[in-house]
Design a protein around this ligand. Structure first.
Ligand code: ATP
Ligand code: MG
Length: 225
């Protein structure tokens, strides 16, 4: 299989108590290296749910998700975490930064977890934070940053490992036009220079048009726009 990520007949529903909320319905998607894809769709249609499945953060109710040819459904949590750390960068809709750590440490963390040298990791993190316009905020904790600054830290954290696929959930949602263009530029640079895949959920049609493919999520399924 040449596809980096492949969804086959994926269905997903949430269960809360007796209430079942169907979200995705026999959805198919293939993502290959170097591709850039925008996912558009109304609020509540299941975009974040889909990204969580692509990143192995949750498992489909039915169907299969393959990452690099491996069926995630057949792996332990630990193996999925390892595979994710190897291949994926994830920018969450709600940034999920570690609150007790500085911006610099948050961004260096994925490198430290995979065993890189601490000084090298901190230097790379500092450089990347400068690129997203935060060189004067390295020592700030998340609570000491604005919403858009947190989002930029989260983007830097996702980019630092140069992942083979970047999954980004409305990464520019809180940013002004200049910062949005800057971080988008960094994501596209990774996509083009490293031949990595970029999957971006966005409500912004202009941003979507910078991607090679635009997919619409509606009624639990994806279609090309
Ligand atoms: N834990 C949960 N339990 C039950 N239902 C949920 C849960 N999380 C999400 N949902 C429902 O699933 C649907 C899809 O949610 P999801 O977060 O994937 O939407 P989205 O397309 O990302 O929306 P938005 O554009 O607002 O971020 C929504 O209708 C939501 O109410
Ligand atoms: Mg969402």
């Amino acid at each position: 299989m040449n596809n980096l990520i492949e969804c086959q007949q994926v269905s997903y529903h949430y269960n809360s108590g007796k209430i079942k909320t169907p979200v995705l319905e026999a959805l198919n998607l293939s993502i290959s290296s170097g591709e850039s894809i925008a996912i558009l769709g109304q609020s509540g249609c299941g975009k974040s749910t889909l990204l969580n499945l692509l990143g192995g953060m949750s498992q489909p109710s039915k169907g299969k998700v393959h990452l690099n040819g491996t069926n995630l459904g057949q792996l332990s949590e630990d193996k999925i975490t390892e595979l994710r750390a190897q291949h994926l960068g994830f920018v969450y809709q709600f940034h999920h930064l570690l609150k007790d750590f500085s911006a610099l440490d948050n961004v260096a963390m994925p490198l430290l977890i995979r065993g890189d040298d601490k000084q090298v990791a901190l230097t790379s993190a500092g450089e990347l934070l400068s690129k997203v316009g935060l060189k004067d905020r390295l020592d700030h904790r998340p609570a000491e940053l604005s919403g858009g600054e947190r989002q930029r830290v989260a983007i830097a954290r996702a980019l630092i490992t140069q992942p083979s696929c970047l999954l980004a959930d409305e990464p520019t949602g809180n940013l002004d036009a200049k910062n949005a263009a800057d971080v988008l530029g960094l994501m596209i640079e990774l996509n083009q220079a490293q031949n990595s895949a970029l999957v971006m959920v966005t409500h912004d049609k202009k941003i979507a048009q910078k991607m090679q493919r635009i997919l619409i999520l509606e009624n639990g399924q994806l279609s090309e726009s």
